[in-house]
Write a protein that binds this ligand. Structure first.
Ligand SMILES: *Cc1c(COP(=O)(O)O)cnc(C)c1O
Length: 395
């Protein structure tokens, strides 16, 4: 057995079944393992490495910041994180930003805004949040409680109370859950882990209207679908919807662990000194990463690029679906795409790895495509060629 794999399996808590590949370095849209084998990466570290690997400007900026100052605590100010917050606000329409260290922590912050919003209004801390079935919001206890997948929750109860679930893309089911104590509705603009389902325009606009009618906070989890993945900086921007609270992470730092929850209007003033905190969050290294990510998106016109290549990806995936009856459906937006097959995709993933392609799943029968946003048409052709080969072999 590979000594690294042996060591990891000896000492890591066994919370993952990993693929037997030890990755060593990356370049652009390719990863290389410890034997020098090259992989085309259509997972991007689960939607993180938007700029690809070894991006020179990003790496230089972080190296400079490491030499200057990595950490300060939040008792003081630092320029990189102030710059990053300004960039985030400008591109999202949010007014106030709180940086965290992960996606799940961003969700915890959003939950706290919702609960305190209700508390300020009523004097009661029993505000109810409506979340969606098949959602995924993270693994910490609050985020787990709003994750609509009972198998993730069942061994870890009791969940935090006053969470209700509705059916995604079913406005009536959301209406049914609204009661006296409802204070917020939380959903992914495009459900990721739960099988890759974009919200319909009718649904999201309808939820926004319900929030306005009942004075609820509209909280959109853009951790996977945000940061340019759909060709808009944030997926909700294509719907003409303006949320009160959003969360982001994954591509936000392009590899440096950083997330955020951000708020506008009535939601922006809810949390006050003492209500929330973090030791690492807002640190200058994370701030420099976020600021540099926004800079590079602007300089390289990355969103326009995503629109062009994602059109191409959709066409190629649709053609593939036409050729192979085992493909039941393509769904997705931009560079967040999925193919649902009529059999478990595990073998396809493993065969693809043998043939130099890294992909991930979104549920047992769903292949998920989350390439780095710098992907080009030739890489899409390469992916399609390999995937075709795998499907041929399996059939
Ligand atoms: C990945 C993800 C999370 C959790 O983020 P972590 O950084 O893994 O804690 C939350 N919501 C969505 C939509 C995600 O895709």
């Amino acid at each position: 057995m590979n000594p690294t794999i042996k060591k990891a399996e000896t000492y890591f808590l066994h919370t993952y079944n990993r693929y037997p590949i030890v990755l060593e370095y990356g370049s652009g849209v390719y990863l290389f393992d410890d034997s020098g084998k090259q992989y085309l990466d259509f997972a991007a570290g689960i939607g993180v490495f938007a700029l690809g690997y070894a991006n020179a400007e990003y790496n230089e900026s972080l190296k400079k910041q490491i030499d200057q100052l990595i950490h300060t605590s939040n008792l003081f100010y630092n320029k990189p994180s102030a710059d990053a917050a300004e960039k985030f606000a400008a591109s999202s329409g949010m007014e106030k930003v709180f940086f965290t260290n992960s996606g799940t922590e961003a969700i915890e912050g959003a939950i706290k805004i919702a609960r305190k919003y209700y508390f300020n209004k009523t004097g009661s801390a029993e505000g109810e949040i409506i979340a969606m079935d098949h959602s995924f919001h993270g693994r910490s206890m609050g985020a787990l409680a709003v994750t609509g997948q009972p198998n993730y929750q069942k061994a870890f109860g009791p969940m935090i109370p006053n969470i209700k679930f509705a059916t995604f893309n079913n406005l009536e089911s959301v209406k049914e859950q609204i009661g006296e104590k409802t204070c917020a509705i939380l959903l992914e603009t495009i459900q990721g882990e739960g099988g890759l389902y974009p919200a319909t325009k009718e649904f999201l606009v309808g939820v926004e209207k319900l929030c306005a009618d009942y004075d609820l906070l509209l909280m959109l989890d853009e951790i996977q679908c945000g940061m340019g993945r759909t060709g808009n900086m944030f997926a909700y921007q294509a719907y003409g919807v303006i949320p009160d609270v959003i969360t982001a992470a994954k591509a936000l730092g392009c590899g440096i662990p950083v997330g955020t929850f951000a708020a506008r209007g009535k939601a922006a003033a809810v949390l006050e000194p003492g209500d929330h905190g973090t030791t690492y969050g807002f640190n200058p290294l994370a701030g420099a990463a976020v600021k540099t990510v926004f800079d590079i998106y602007e300089e390289t016109h990355l969103l326009e690029h995503v629109l062009v290549v994602s059109n191409y990806l959709e066409v190629q995936l649709d053609q593939l679906a036409d050729c192979y009856p085992c493909i039941k459906q393509r769904r997705g937006k931009g560079l967040m795409q999925a193919l649902e097959l009529d059999f478990p995709v595990k073998d396809v993933i493993v065969k693809a790895q043998k043939n130099n392609l890294i992909m991930i799943t979104a549920g047992p029968n769903v292949l998920r495509f989350l390439p780095p946003l710098i992907i080009e048409k030739k890489h899409i052709d390469e992916m399609i060629r390999i995937l075709k080969g795998c499907l041929e072999e399996i059939q």
